[in-house]
Write a protein that binds this ligand. Structure first.
Ligand code: SAM
Ligand code: DTB
Ligand code: SF4
Length: 330
């Protein structure tokens, strides 16, 4: 199979739905076969998250504990100082993470907020880690500034289908998200973009989200698939949980549509069994958030993940050199 022959940007809705409708065995077999064309089957990339600015966000994202509109009991925290972020990044690196993702609960950063984020990126990068920032909507000049600072990835999720988006968020539009993704791409920063499932959306919405991602001019290099973490006080608390096998199917279809992208088994792992996570990795997930906290909610302890990796024969990816894109398995 020659490289890139299966990189398509013209997926039709019916084709994606047909993948979802395959028998579970057929879907996972195909996803695993595609996965092996581009990735070592046992390699998993580890990213550690930190919330550098927490809560008090003006947006109304119905899943989010950081929205100021919901009473979730979350304590808002101002922007962290750069030295503390650097210490946390060094600890993440020493624990085996290769990427450090800094999240800020902003609708959109002001230019003076970005001054601090730029400093954080420079310091974290100097530790030999890949850097990722997620800080809301960016203007073109702001993306360029982050690119100049050496930012590797910008995370900005589409979260769900365009049709379902207004059910979840009314304070910004799908179009705004796409514009930011475009600014990030134009600035030469790698794109991390995915979504959340389990928000009461239909399979058609999940298919449309993945279709939209795959039909972007370039596939996002990193595709986080979050399973909704239901937080007390948010409007989505109390929804029926998504069938876990439908979650696995979503990962498998993401793998088939974006064969060269890292597909991240993201939020929701604390509620998953080892067996369910094993199926997720078999379906083509090859990245996780590693560390006991996501942004504000829990994530499995490092020891638990290390035991899971040993049980499954999975190996964390390592960075070969600070300036190198090349990664290898140990
Ligand atoms: N404010 C920025 C933004 O909205 O892009 C960055 C931070 S925001 C918390 C990053 C992403 O976290 C969201 O796009 C969403 O996909 C995910 N997220 C937030 N709350 C979640 C939850 N309760 N369960 C699963 N994913 C969640
Ligand atoms: C992503 O897709 N998931 C991460 C990261 N990108 C920023 C965030 C998950 C947040 C889960 C809820 C919380 O901990 O606040
Ligand atoms: Fe704010 Fe981001 Fe949470 Fe939406 S997802 S409320 S923009 S922090």
């Amino acid at each position: 199979m020659h490289v890139a022959a299966d990189l398509r940007h013209d997926w039709r809705r019916e084709e994606v739905l047909a993948l979802f409708a395959l028998s579970f065995n057929e879907l996972l077999f195909r996803a695993q076969a595609v996965h092996r064309r581009y990735f070592a089957p046992e390699a998993v990339q580890l990213s550690t998250l930190i919330s550098v600015k927490t809560g008090a966000c003006p947006e109304d994202c119905a899943y989010c504990p950081q929205s100021a509109r919901y009473h979730t009991g979350l304590k808002a925290e101002p922007l962290m100082d750069v030295a503390s972020v650097k210490r946390a990044a060094a600890a993440a690196r020493d624990n085996g993470a290769t990427r450090f993702c800094m999240g800020a609960a902003w609708r959109a950063p002001r230019d003076r907020d970005l001054d601090h984020v730029v400093e954080m990126v420079r310091e974290v990068r100097a530790l030999g880690l890949e850097t990722c920032v997620t800080a809301g909507m960016l203007q073109a000049h702001q993306a360029q500034r982050l690119a100049q600072a050496g930012l590797d990835y910008y995370n900005h999720n589409l979260d769900t289908s365009e049709a379902y988006y207004p059910e979840i968020i009314t304070t910004h539009r799908y179009r705004d998200r796409l514009d930011t993704l475009n600014h990030v791409r134009q600035a030469g920063i790698k794109v991390c973009c995915g979504g959340i499932v389990g928000m009461g959306e239909s399979r058609g919405d999940r298919a449309e989200l993945l279709r939209t991602l795959a039909n972007l001019p370039e596939h996002p290099e990193s595709v986080p698939v979050n399973n909704l973490v239901q937080v007390d006080g948010t409007p989505l608390k109390g929804l029926p949980a998504l069938d876990p096998l439908e979650f696995v199917r979503t990962l498998a279809v993401a793998r088939l549509l974006m064969p060269r992208s890292y597909v991240r088994l993201s939020a929701g792992r604390s509620e998953m069994s080892d067996e369910l996570q094993a199926l997720c990795f078999f379906a083509g997930a090859n990245s996780i958030f590693y560390g006991e906290k996501l942004l504000t909610t829990g994530n499995p302890q490092n020891e638990k993940d290390r035991a899971l990796f040993a049980r499954l024969g999975l190996k964390p990816e390592v960075r070969v050199a600070a300036e190198s894109q090349i990664t290898a398995c140990v």
